[in-house]
Each structure stands twice: as structure tokens, then as C-alpha cells.
Design a protein around this ligand. Structure first.
Ligand SMILES: Cc1cc2nc3c(=O)[nH]c(=O)nc-3n(C[C@H](O)[C@H](O)[C@H](O)COP(=O)(O)O)c2cc1C
Length: 356
């Protein structure tokens, strides 16, 4: 098949009322700020807010703020509800002991497992549903046909995240309008929810055409796309759009602290990433640093997400405040050597050249 026939299978830009089918990846945590999301939407892409860690009230306020900042469409992203995890007390204690020296170094109290582990999905979801946002995306699992249908009735375009073909088919069955193909190159947490995480490490190059062939809905490529070359490649593979995370993190409008940005812009040979479960209890790709290598040495491994994530929350927050990149979770994808310090509009212009 000619590339030109594959390309533009679905006109996502037209469907969503945006200039370019280029999404700012939803990125929960420090990067989840309305101004950043609005800057990407204003530049002609689709800004997405990673609201997974936001309390419902904060999420409502953030949505209002995005709407004040831009007239352009935007998206909200949540983590699908997780199955309850078993708390292995010995594992938690071992992990806690590994955190002690880091807590001491950062002048924090004793590490502990906080009472509040994660936000309640249903309450977050109700906020999103009531706000009738233009686009909603989710990761880590299915959310159920009823929820997808309710969102669509409210006029929301619904997007699920797949890391293998089985997940893509399950999301299509659930009724989503499009699927994000999250390749192994992607920064941040793996979305895998069917099969093992190792099996879900398909590269973007293999995953995108496999999903395009298996599905009858648009596929949006994510993972390792950072400039016009990546966009062109993804579109040639049959994607109808792209999601870009890491490359946006070092833009001027990115709300990340200086230490994180400096790590993203270190000499390119030092921008090395790997997938680890050691920091949050769930596989995620990030720049290798002291926090990662220290916690990977815990014999019992990290307690499953969201336990480990909650246990490292205090130290990660403190490291951010103290400008300590060695103790941050520096989530970033394999294309991080391509990161530059420039404006969102400059990066958008560069990416859009790959669509031509
Ligand atoms: C800092 C960071 C946080 C992320 N948080 C989320 C999230 O909250 N929800 C989500 O669906 N994906 C999240 N991701 C994954 C992105 O949506 C996307 O798959 C990835 O950034 C694409 O690969 P790239 O980083 O190589 O561009 C995150 C990625 C990063 C780098």
C-alpha cells in the first residue's frame, strides 16, 4: 500500500477542531498545569492535562482555568481504576528502610506508608463527565462501556491507551473513538493492562502498524517522537496523529523545575533512560539517577503501585523543592537526546513539518 493511502486515514485535526493532530501527552504530576496545556492548544495542537494525581476539587478548578486560558479544544486524562493490591508488610518495611538514608539526606522525617494512597477514580470521573470536556483519555486499563458511552453522549471524544494489540481490541470494544499506541520508547508509566509488562514493551515502529491493521478506529502514535522525523515516520506507519511528551518537558512553558529540565538537557550521551518499577511500584521509563539505582537494590522489590508511589511521594516533593535531580523521578522517554530548550510554538512548528 502506498504511504499516501495509509496517511490521513482519519482526519483527526478536523474531527477535533484543531490545526495539527499533535497531542501534548497527558503528564500527571509536576507537568500537569493548565498554562502548559493551554500553550500547546494555542499553538495548534491538543493540550492534555494528566489529572491522575489530582483531587477532584483541584481537577474542577484546573478545567475551569484551562477554559479561561484558551478557546481551543483540550483533553483531560485519568488513570483507570486499579485492582486492589495486597500489602506485604515485610516488603513495605524493607522498602522503607531503603528510603531512610535518602530521607535523612533531605532532612525529612521517617519514611512511612501514607494513609492516602491515590485519588478516587469515580469522583474524579464525575468531575470530568460534568465538565463535558472536548477530549478524555485514560491509561492503565479499561473504564467500562457505560462510562465511555456517558462521555460520548456529552460530546467528549474518548481515547484509550494500548501497548499491545489485545488491549487495542479491548478498548475498541469498550467504544473508544481512538486508541493511543504507547510504544516502549515512551517516557513515564507503561499503560499495559493485558499480558505482562515485558510483552507490552513493543516499540512504536512495530506497535503502530499492528494496531492500525487490527482496529477500525484512529491510532495515535506515542513514544519516541520528538521532531518532524518522528512525526513523518508515525504517519507513514498509518497513525492518524501523534502524542509527544518528553520533548515538551524542556520547553520554556513547561512547569518543571530547573533541576528536572537540566537533566533533560544534559550532554546527550548522558540522557539515558530505562524502565523501572523501583520508584512507583509500576514500570515507568525515566532518566537513570541515584533514586532509581538505589531503590532497584531492594531485595524484595518495590511494593506494588500505588504503595511505592505513595511512599516516595514526600522525598520526591522535597527533592523538587531542593533542586535535587538525583532524588526526583525523572520520567522521560528514549528520544530525550533530542530535547531542546525552546518555546512550545517552536517545537509545534517543527513537529508539524512532519505532517506535510
Ligand atoms: C513525566 C511524564 C508523565 C506521564 N504521565 C502520564 C499520565 O498521567 N497519563 C498518561 O496516559 N500517560 C502519561 N505519560 C505517558 C505519555 O502519555 C506518553 O505515552 C509518552 O510521553 C510518549 O512518549 P515520549 O515521552 O517519548 O514522547 C507520562 C509521560 C511522562 C514523560
Amino acid at each position: 500500500m502506498e504511504v499516501s493511502q495509509v496517511k490521513g486515514k482519519f482526519d483527526l485535526a478536523k474531527r477535533l477542531g484543531i490545526r495539527h493532530p499533535i497531542f501534548l501527552a497527558p503528564m500527571a504530576g509536576e507537568a500537569a498545569k493548565p498554562g502548559f496545556v493551554a500553550a500547546v492548544s494555542d499553538a495548534g495542537g491538543l493540550g492534555n492535562l494528566g489529572a491522575g494525581y489530582m483531587a477532584p476539587e483541584a481537577l474542577r478548578t484546573a478545567i475551569d482555568e484551562i477554559r479561561k486560558l484558551t478557546k481551543a479544544p483540550f483533553g483531560i486524562n485519568l488513570f483507570a481504576p486499579l485492582s486492589p493490591v495486597v500489602q506485604d508488610l515485610e516488603q513495605i518495611a524493607q522498602y522503607g528502610r531503603a528510603l531512610e538514608p535518602i530521607h535523612r539526606e533531605l532532612a525529612l522525617g521517617e519514611p512511612s506508608l501514607p494513609g492516602h494512597l491515590a485519588e478516587d477514580f469515580d469522583t474524579q470521573f464525575d468531575v470530568v463527565l460534568a465538565a463535558r470536556v472536548p477530549v478524555f483519555s485514560y491509561t492503565f486499563g479499561p473504564i467500562g462501556k457505560d462510562r465511555v458511552a456517558a462521555l460520548k453522549e456529552g460530546g467528549t471524544f474518548v481515547v484509550g491507551t494500548a501497548t499491545n494489540v489485545a488491549e487495542g481490541l479491548a478498548l475498541q470494544d469498550e467504544g473508544v473513538d481512538a486508541v493511543i499506541a504507547q510504544g516502549a520508547e515512551a517516557g513515564g508509566h507503561r499503560g499495559t493492562f493485558m499480558g505482562s509488562f515485558a510483552e507490552g514493551l513493543m516499540g512504536t515502529m512495530a506497535l503502530v502498524p499492528a494496531l492500525v491493521d487490527a482496529l477500525r478506529i484512529p491510532v495515535i502514535a506515542a513514544g519516541g517522537i520528538a521532531d518532524r522525523r518522528g512525526v513523518r515516520a508515525a504517519m507513514a506507519l498509518g497513525a492518524s496523529g501523534v502524542t509527544v511528551g518528553t520533548a515538551f518537558l524542556s520547553t520554556r512553558e513547561s512547569p518543571l523545575g530547573e533541576a528536572y529540565k537540566a537533566a533533560l538537557l544534559a550532554p546527550t550521551a548522558e540522557r539515558v533512560t530505562r524502565v523501572t518499577s523501583a520508584i512507583s511500584g509500576r514500570p515507568a521509563r525515566g532518566l537513570v539517577n541515584t533514586l532509581m539505582t538505589t531503590l532497584e537494590q531492594v531485595d524484595a522489590g518495590a511494593p506494588p503501585y500505588p504503595l511505592a508511589n505513595a511512599m516516595t511521594r514526600a522525598l520526591r516533593k522535597s527533592a523538587g523543592g531542593q533542586g535535587r535531580a538525583d532524588y526526583l523521578s525523572l520520567w522521560a522517554g528514549q528520544a530525550v537526546p533530542l530535547n531542546r530548550s525552546w518555546a512550545v510554538s517552536d517545537l509545534m512548528e517543527e513537529l508539524a513539518k512532519g505532517l506535510a
